[in-house]
Design a protein around this ligand. Structure first.
Ligand code: GCV
Length: 721
């Protein structure tokens, strides 16, 4: 061997031995990595605690549970785990239901299982036929699958499995992803490539991705997926597409993932050749009934429809002088005989220019409370405008006690840095869920509205607009996976903390090494606030670039709708800045219950994070920090940029603790994020300075370019439009 080759070989060996070399990893495996447990003592303990896997029953769902446990345990333990239908050894893992497993039945768990419903499970250390075992028990096979994922998570996050007594059940019934995927595979507001659904090759080709997608969703308890964009195309309701939908539904079914479709309200005209889509017209009603029956003939467990109607140009019942309940009820009657539901969106604003767009959904929907069918959920965005980096909770939460209100969060980061900004969204989700509506006195949180406990609803739901595409790592940004993950975990149990979710996600996705987990978790937990600061601090909102929504655009004005411009929302003038939503302004504040109004009504008491959402505030007003508003705004924008730089530093310290490939991608994206945070800061401050006419405080970094420069930037072909 030549000397040079020998040297190379030695270097390689050295790298392997010193463990500084790790294999590339593209993130495809998400949080389901199942690599061998690194901690020797824990590994030994796990190996001793898991000798075999016993699953007595037989069903498609049990067989995927068995596969997941086998693959997972084999990987984590670094040894093959035999599968058996009979208990032969101490320390087995026994999984099943009392109905399909004599072993589980012998444990008399009926009382404990009763309260856990169709999807809950128990994970117990138990004595089974005289042998110590770990038992995963549920009322249904899906419960067993969910329990299996939970058990694997315990090992992935290196927790003790010695004395287990876990009971878990979802707090919300329908936990649904909304894909804004078009039939041509573009994804509206999608930043992770094209749609996962390869319609052209369906139904014949079932991509492994569909299975892995279903696995990932099942692992966090997501049980529904709306395949198509709310800006709907009626074609998906034709036979040509329904056979494709059926193929996806078949692939997802073992994982408990039900398929839903968006219904284009004008489909009876477009597909059925009718002259009208009036929901009170008997022919229209009959058309939807027949269409629904046809769908069920392909997908027997079809979940139902999601509808965007009379919003942003979509057709709806108002085109015929009817209201949202008329439209929703017609579809609800069509799916009711098969147990389907209708998720009717409240994201509406009409063609006339409103005095305040924030008030429209409430104005249109609140009077309809009590008029919807039993199988209708009204799906409400978390805030009254549109998934802004921060919004106060939507006033419809708590305002329609007779109607099940479903939450709609946006997981894809349309207004939060799109494909390249690291923003962990669990704190945003939690901020909304824990907000108190005071609908029935103190403690009437948004979470209690949507989990049904406030108004005794059993039909409950939560939706997340998906950030998933066909990028190899699913979400474009490695940390986008955390938002998919945290949505699912909170949908199952909204009481979980953002910190706990970040902790388990990091351990499962990267490593259990605390040198990595502790600093990166901190970084994640502060990332949403950092983004709010460099984009829309102090309650600012809707000041992004025109149409593609990428980058800053506080100067956007003179468009065909005032409420699509930025000046409509920030209202900056020489006096001050902010949207007066009190009685002296649009009075949107009146849509909240009195104790909430009280929190927001006067500038002095209003939390600063919502200040400019509710008030027009003078530039020289003293803030909590002692600074005047203008200086505070400058500090917030600058602080946001500083926080991103801090995130970069944190990330640089963990190099070598994880694989290089994912490390590099995150590092590069953080550079983009820093560049864009500066862009936001400089563009917004220079623009608002034309009104405040005050200097940027001495101690802060000055803008790199002129306002003209920023105003002329015109990014082309931004993804997701
Ligand atoms: C699917 C915002 C987005 C649109 C989206 C709409 C909605 O306006 O920019 O892309 O349309 O919300 O939620 O219906």
């Amino acid at each position: 061997m030549e000397r040079k080759s020998l040297n190379l070989l030695l270097i390689l060996l050295l790298l392997i031995l010193t463990n500084n070399y790790s294999y590339g990893d593209d993130g495809y495996r998400l949080w389901q990595r199942y690599d061998k447990v690194q901690d020797a003592e824990k590994l030994k303990n796990y190996q001793q605690s898991v000798s075999e896997l016993v699953i007595e029953g037989n069903s498609p769902t049990l067989s995927v549970a068995q596969k997941e446990l086998t693959v997972g345990l084999t990987g984590l333990l670094g040894k093959a785990v035999p599968v058996s239908q009979r208990l032969t050894q101490q320390s087995a893992v026994v999984a099943g239901t009392p109905a399909n497993s004599a072993l589980i039945a012998s444990l008399n768990l009926a009382e404990r299982l009763n309260s856990l419903g169709d999807e809950g499970y128990l994970i117990l250390t138990a004595n089974t036929n005289g042998k110590k075992s770990t038992v995963i028990a549920a009322n249904t096979d899906i419960g067993v699958l969910y329990g299996s994922f939970h058990f694997l998570r315990l090992l992935q996050t290196q927790q003790s499995i010695s004395n287990l007594s876990i009971a878990s059940a979802p707090k919300i019934k329908h936990r649904v992803l909304n894909h804004w995927d078009n039939l041509d595979r573009t994804v509206e507001r999608g930043y992770a490539g094209f749609s996962l659904w390869d319609w052209h090759k369906l139904p014949d080709y079932i991509d492994q991705r569909y299975i892995d997608y279903a696995r990932a969703n099942a692992s966090i308890g997501i049980n529904g997926t709306v395949l198509t964009n709310v800006n709907a195309n009626a074609l998906v309701l034709t036979k040509e597409y329904l056979v494709k939908v059926a193929a996806l539904a078949d692939a997802f079914r073992p994982y408990g993932l039900r398929v839903y479709l968006t219904a284009r309200f004008s489909a009876p005209i477009e597909l059925g050749g009718l002259k009208t889509a009036d929901p009170l017209d008997p022919q229209v009603q009959a058309w939807w009934k027949d269409k629904t029956e046809e769908i069920y003939s392909y997908v027997p467990d079809f979940g139902g429809f999601l509808v965007k109607a009379n919003s942003e140009g979509q057709p709806g019942p108002q085109n015929y002088g009817r209201n949202h309940a008329d439209g929703a009820n017609m579809l609800a009657d069509a799916v009711a005989p098969r147990g389907g539901i209708v998720m009717w969106r409240a994201f509406v604003y009409d063609d006339k220019e409103p005095d305040d767009r924030a008030k429209q959904a409430y104005n249109e929907f609140k009077p309809l409370d009590g008029t919807f069918r039993k199988n209708v959920l009204v799906q409400v965005k978390n805030g009254a405008i549109d998934f802004q980096p921060r919004e106060p909770f939507h006033p419809l939460f708590g305002a329609m006690p007779q109607t099940p209100i479903m939450m709609e969060f946006q997981i894809t980061q349309e207004y939060l840095g799109q494909g390249t900004h690291l923003a962990y969204l669990s704190p945003l989700f939690k901020e909304v869920l824990t907000s108190d509506t005071y609908a029935k006195g103190k403690g009437s949180t948004v979470a209690k509205v949507i989990d049904g406990t406030l108004d005794n609803h059993t039909l409950t739901g939560i939706a997340g607009v998906s950030n998933i595409g066909n990028d190899r790592n699913w979400t474009g940004h490695q940390f986008g996976q955390a938002n998919w993950y945290s949505f699912g975990r909170l949908a199952w149990d909204h009481t979980l903390s953002s910190e706990a979710i970040a902790d388990e996600w990091l351990k499962m996705t990267f490593t259990n090494n605390n040198q990595f987990v502790a600093p990166v978790k901190n970084m994640m937990l502060g990332s949403h606030e950092a983004l709010v600061n460099y984009m829309t601090p102090l309650g600012l909102h809707h000041i992004m670039g025109w149409s593609h929504h990428y980058g800053p655009g506080p100067w956007i004005k003179d468009k065909h709708r005032a409420d699509w411009t930025s000046v409509y929302y920030h209202r900056a003038d020489e006096e001050g800045i902010g949207f007066d939503r009190t009685a002296t302004g649009s009075n949107a504040i009146a849509q909240y219950f009195p104790p909430v109004q009280k929190q927001f009504r006067v500038i002095k008491k209003c939390p600063e994070k919502y200040l400019l959402w509710f008030h027009h505030v003078k530039w020289n007003r003293k803030m909590d920090s002692g600074r005047i508003l203008w200086d505070e705004l400058c500090h917030r924008y600058s602080g946001g940029v500083d926080s991103v730089r801090q995130m970069q530093q944190t990330w640089n310290t963990v190099q070598g603790l994880i694989d290089q490939e994912r490390f590099d991608q995150v590092q590069s994206f953080l550079k983009i994020q820093e560049k864009e945070a500066k862009w936001w800061r400089d563009a917004c401050l220079l623009y608002f300075q034309t009104f405040s006419k005050r200097p940027i405080p001495q101690d802060l970094e000055k803008p790199a370019e002129s306002l003209d420069y920023y105003m002329q930037l015109d990014p082309q072909f931004v993804p997701g439009i």
